[in-house]
Design a protein around this ligand. Sequence first.
Ligand SMILES: NC(=O)c1ccc[n+]([C@@H]2O[C@H](COP(=O)([O-])OP(=O)(O)OC[C@H]3O[C@@H](n4cnc5c(N)ncnc54)[C@H](O)[C@@H]3O)[C@@H](O)[C@H]2O)c1
Length: 458
Amino acid sequence: MKFEKNILCIGAGYVGGPTMSVIALKCPEYKVTVVDINKDRINQWNSDNLPIYEPGLDEVVNSCRGKNLFFTTDVANGIKEADIIFVSVNTPTKTFGEGAGMASDLQYWEKTAHEIIEHSDRDKIIVEKSTLPVRTAEALDKILSSNEKGINFEIVSNPEFLAEGTAIKDLIDGDRVLIGSHNTEAGLKAAKAISNIYAHWMTDEKILTTNLWSSELTKLVANAFLAQRISSVNSISALCEKTDADISEISYAVGKDSRIGSKFLNASVGFGGSCFRKDILNLVYIARSYGLIEVADYWEMVIKMNEYQETRFVNKMVKEMFNTVADKKIAVFGFAFKANTGDTRESPAIVIIKKLLEERANIAITDPKALKNARLDLEGIDQNVSYEPDPYKAADGSSAIALATEWDEFKDLDYKRIYDSMKKPAFIFDGRNILNHKELFDIGFNVYPIGKASLTHF
Ligand SMILES: NC(=O)c1ccc[n+]([C@@H]2O[C@H](COP(=O)([O-])OP(=O)(O)OC[C@H]3O[C@@H](n4cnc5c(N)ncnc54)[C@H](O)[C@@H]3O)[C@@H](O)[C@H]2O)c1
């Protein structure tokens, strides 16, 4: 079959894979190819066992793969064939040199830019899909226009707003798509080509166009605002625990104000995921590098409050369990950074478990989708850790349960059966406030929610 356009995505990760699968689904006349240097990842995309878990993803991939959706390691040919190249490689926090621990590490991006030059023989649109510092497109422009083949690469920014766990839903019915371009004839033409893709399933009102720098910065700001809400509510949860106010009641009442809204107001053990921390650190670094110290300090507090909340949770566990967890078995319910994903990057569970291991506890982790990643994250420090798909077995013989991820599966367990199998006194620390605390208390547990009075038998 002859396709109208060839779309390539470099980077078959949590963003590249689902995004391109949905584009292939909605645009059958386009050929969509996803390339990655990670051979294992590509093999998994071509198997029945996809490398990431997302509700609805299997169905979308199965309906398009081999028709107009292809996964391959052949980066060179992918680039050569493509009219439009989305770049969705990882942009982690830099771990070395200037800006270490704060700035974005753009080495994967720069390598990709050089590969694009090497394998291209005609004009192409290059789409920044990864989250990048504001004005990255300027540097990219310089690299790409240094090519000696006379090729024009037009750069467009199209940051991704999907949330893991609801990626397919977000991609199909998102709040908006953002496309930033140079305000030149070529820039606007490129932006139009990208909006034409999304116009296959999204209404015009949802396709926003801005200048390049606004688009790049919007992504950082959106994540900073979302994380800020969580840190704000978490800061108040600490105050609730001192005053017997109830954070759920406060969140509900505050969220009823239509100027505030109800989303992202759940108190918890803290936010995780690959993006919030990294993107805010990046925002802080950028602000500081422009001399905007107060702006940088303001946003940095969002991260500090999150670290405080994670540490507060685990310190409370140790304190309530009579100041020692040494040699005690503790079941950790949930390792993914949130429900409905196997992704564990920056998961609060990692912080909790590391601290409990330092305190010489024995840990049993249970999670419906994240045990594979848990093993990788704890490699080398997991002599006293067991990985247990069955939550009942994880809890068997334990002194406490720490609930770290809000999986629905944990709500409906037989907690009487779990209680009977545990050492007494039995503790439960609900880091997501998803359990029925009164019922647990009546069974016999000592219950410690976030931001509410604890229910104890002492
Ligand atoms: N994960 C999310 O929820 C999310 C949401 C919105 C935006 N983002 C942003 O999207 C970007 C990608 O995130 P992700 O979670 O998909 O990352 P990821 O680590 O899951 O995937 C990135 C992939 O790029 C590949 N890669 C790196 N260099 C390459 C190269 N030169 N050629 C080919 N492949 C290469 C890696 O092997 C990896 O598989 C990041 O900038 C992130 O901030 C992520």
